[in-house]
Design a protein around this ligand. Structure first.
Ligand SMILES: [Zn+2]
Length: 335
């Protein structure tokens, strides 16, 4: 295990990529916060995606919330990780008699992998393919993801976190006003509580996933490159059972914030500090009746872990060695 701060939790990870599940769960509990205008739509949609849900766990009245689908969360993080693998020289690679070859040596092999990309060019042997999974590929079968999440929801209702903006495009040649386009935007400072649950990862694979979450800053409508989102990690939890749905987390936070006399959910802005104040008690409330064991990592313990992840990502040589070792492990994994 590369990270020293993960060693005390060794028992919650698998020593090597497993062939069969053992349900060792490690959950990354976080808040996704928009730091710019963003657009969350499914392809071709004019309006953003919304859903009506009960406002809280203790508040049954319905509220309309903006949603961010699972794919909209995981795909950008996969792309971040893949770009990193490319930059640090993982490709091309080849597998020969159980050994993993790189660079020129790999290119000399008839069967070698030049790249791995979503969605048609997945190589099926790199850390991304083995962690996030892939649909059926000829001759390779399919692989179930060892990372789970679901749709996440805003805490506050859609009506107060959304803005309709009209743009008047000026035609440069004629200096006349062209088409007026109207966009439905999510405003900055909007929070979407989320949990990403990894199953049966090695410690290093978990470090890779956590790095992807921390590195990724662009979410939302693809192709527009807008939508800066900051992921704030609140806790990491090790368990032998799944903890809670993203919606339950949003609802528990809604209940706590509604009961807080210093927070007015219906108007004004919601601050990160307001959420940090209630996050841990919300998690404890949601896991009080858990049918399984739970080891929660937060506070100074979490800070130490995040410092360690940052340090690894800041050192080029160390990160290159880490990624190569991680890739050698996945490429030499035989089903
Ligand atoms: Zn791959």
């Amino acid at each position: 295990m590369t990270l020293k701060t993960l060693q005390p939790y060794q028992q919650y990870f698998v020593p090597a990529i497993p062939r069969t599940p053992t349900n060792r769960y490690a959950s990354i509990i976080m808040l996704r916060e928009t730091k710019s205008y963003a657009i969350f739509t499914t392809e071709g949609g004019e309006q953003q995606d919304v859903e009506q849900t009960p406002a809280g766990l203790a508040h049954a009245e319905p509220t309309t919330r903006l949603v961010m689908f699972k794919r909209k969360q995981v795909a950008p993080e996969r792309r971040t990780g893949k770009a990193l693998l490319r930059q640090y020289g993982i490709f091309p690679y080849a597998i020969k008699d159980g050994r993993v070859l790189y660079g020129e040596e790999a290119k000399r092999e008839k069967k070698h992998y030049d790249d791995c990309y979503l969605t048609e060019g997945l190589c099926t042997h790199c850390p991304d393919c083995l962690i996030y999974g892939y649909a059926a590929i000829e001759g390779e079968g399919a692989r179930k993801a060892r990372l789970m999440t679901d749709t996440c929801f805003t805490i506050r209702p859609y009506e107060i976190i959304q803005k309709q903006v009209k743009f008047n495009v000026i035609n440069e040649a004629t200096q006349t006003s062209g088409t007026i386009t109207e966009y439905d935007y999510t405003t900055p400072g909007v929070f979407l509580p989320a949990v990403e649950t990894t199953v049966d990862l090695t410690g290093d694979e978990f470090t890779y996933v956590l790095g992807n979450v921390l590195r990724t800053t662009r979410y939302g409508k693809e192709g527009t490159r807008q939508g800066f989102v900051r992921n704030h990690i609140l806790a990491v939890a090790f368990s032998d059972v799944e903890l809670f749905a993203n919606l339950e987390f949003t609802q528990a936070l809604y209940d706590a914030l509604t009961a807080d006399p210093n927070v007015d959910l219906a108007s004004g802005n919601l601050a990160l500090a307001d959420l940090q104040k209630h996050a841990l008690s919300a998690v404890e409330h949601l896991t009080a009746d858990l049918i399984g064991r739970l080891r929660l990592v937060n506070g100074e313990e979490l800070e130490a872990l995040l410092r360690d992840v940052r340090a690894l990502n800041q050192k080029e040589a160390q990160l290159a060695a880490f990624l190569k070792e991680l890739h050698t492990q996945s490429a030499s994994f035989v089903v």
